[in-house]
Design a protein around this ligand. Sequence first.
Ligand code: GLN
Length: 246
Amino acid sequence: MSVVRLGHLYPRQMNIYADRGNIAVLARRLEWRGLRLDVESLETGDAIAPGRFDMFYLGGGQDRDQEVVAEDLAAHKAEGLHRAAQEGAPILCVCGGYQLAGAGYTGQDGGRMPGIGLLDVDTVAGPTRLIGDIVIDAELDGERRRVVGFENHAGRTRLGPGARALGQVVAGHGNNGEDGGEGAISGRVIGTYLHGPLLPKNPWLADVVLGWALEHAGSAQPLAQLDDQLETAARERATERAGKRR
Ligand code: GLN
C-alpha cells in the first residue's frame, strides 16, 4: 500500500481556522482509495531529516504565534524545507504560514518576522483586516478551477517575479485587496489566504497536492475518481454566498 508521509509544521501554534480539517481531508481522500497518510508533527526544535516527508503543511496563526515559529522556521526547518521543495515535495502554506513562507511579515505592531523565502512574496500588515468569503479562479498543472474559502488577514502580500498568483479573485480581497491576485505558487510550494478550512470544499486542489505527494513517494498509481457531490454542493453554496456579500 502506498503511504504519503506528511510533515505537519507547528500544529499547536499554527492551527487557527480549522487547519486540522485540511489534514483530515488529505487522510480521508487517500483512505478512500486504499492509500494511507502518515502524519508527523514538527514542533519547535525538531529538525527535518532529508527524504523523510512527501509533503508538508503549515497553517495559519495569530501574529504572536507567528513570532514564535518564525524564529524556529529559520533556525531548524528552512534548510530541510528548501531541500524538500527542490525534490518535488509539495508544501501547502495557509494564511500565517503563507506569510512566513515568503520573505517576511511586518506585523501590526511594526515588528518584522523573517520568512524562509520558499515563495517570492513579502507581506506587510495594513490598518484593516481583510475578512470574508472568497472565491478565486485557481490554476494548477495547467488546469483552471474555481476554489472557495474564507479569508481573515491584516497582511497585504505582494508578489515578486519568482512567484505567480495561485489564482485570480472572483469575489473577496485576496493577496492585498488591490491587484486581483490570490495566493502564490512556485514549483510545488503553494501559499494561500483561503482557510475555513481550505480542502473540504476544494477536493480538486486536495487531489492535485496529493498527486504530487504520491509522485514524491514513488507511486505511479493515478488517483482514482471519487464521488464529490457533497463537496461540489458545498462549494456552489459558498460561491453563491460570497457573491451576495460582495
Ligand atoms: N496574523 C496574520 C494576519 O493577520 C495571519 C492571520 C491568519 O493566519 N489568519 O495577516
